[in-house]
Design a binder for this molecule. Structure first.
Ligand SMILES: Nc1nc2c(c(=O)[nH]1)N[C@H]1C(S)=C(S)[C@@H](COP(=O)(O)O)O[C@H]1N2
Ligand SMILES: [Mo]
Length: 212
């Protein structure tokens, strides 16, 4: 049983607000990524939905087609495992759940891999992206994302650490089992929930706890 007294840190029940467990609020929005910032080629850009789709075919959307998808908003922080948090965001874009409705996964899909430029990837449980708590963001506070922050498209999943939110997203793969993504293969936690401080897979895991 998860007992909050085992951690010395000040665990906030509302992890969506800062301070989240073990985090500090940054004074400016840092950029954090591996490798260079890719150039955007609108004519060549496409978004691929592939893997275990309900209808056994690939869905490929051009940038124009992607821009016609129904948009939504989502507020939520970026929490980097290195302990900075960038709060008070108002993301605009396409909810992952909207895309799941438009290009449904097969019934036995349990996980997704979100793919980005240069082969960056992050694996997520389907339950983490299903019901409107994850967004393929194009905007923050009504402004287009800058290239450094993922223009034209990035994933934001506020209840998971930042590495679960690829910048420069190019597609989603539906999976019938789990596979580790880029940072998950390199020691970052496979699940990465902020409220449970699941940062690195070699750290002692507090185990399953209550949802609050
Ligand atoms: N393509 C790509 N996306 C990425 C990363 C990366 O290395 N490559 N790093 C992740 C990490 S560790 C964090 S904390 C966030 C940071 O987002 P920001 O640079 O917009 O603040 O981006 C995530 N998305
Ligand atoms: Mo990060």
């Amino acid at each position: 049983m998860w007992d909050f007294s085992v951690t010395k840190r000040d665990v906030q029940p509302s992890f969506g607000r800062v301070p989240a467990p073990g985090q500090r609020v940054a004074k400016s929005w840092f950029t954090q990524h591996y490798g260079p910032v890719p150039r955007f080629h609108p004519g060549r850009w496409e978004f691929r939905v592939f893997g275990a789709t309900a209808i056994p075919r690939k869905h490929v959307l051009t940038f124009k087609e992607f821009q016609k998808l129904p948009t939504s908003r989502l507020s939520g922080d970026i929490h980097c495992v290195t302990k900075w948090t960038w709060p008070n965001n108002n993301w605009g874009g396409v909810l992952v759940s909207t895309l799941l409705d438009i290009a449904p996964p097969a019934a036995d899909v349990t996980h997704v891999m979100v793919w980005a430029e240069y082969g960056y990837s992050a694996n997520l449980r389907i339950s983490d992206v299903m019901s409107g708590q994850a967004i393929f963001a194009t905007h923050n506070h009504g402004e287009q994302l800058s290239p450094e922050h993922g223009f034209p498209l990035r994933l934001v999943v506020p209840h998971l650490y930042g590495y679960k939110g690829p910048k420069w997203v190019r597609g989603i793969e539906y999976m019938v089992g789990d596979r580790r993504g880029f940072w998950e293969e390199r020691g970052y936690h496979n699940l990465g929930e902020v409220r449970r401080e699941r940062r690195y897979s070699y750290e002692e895991d507090p185990g399953e706890g209550p949802d609050f």
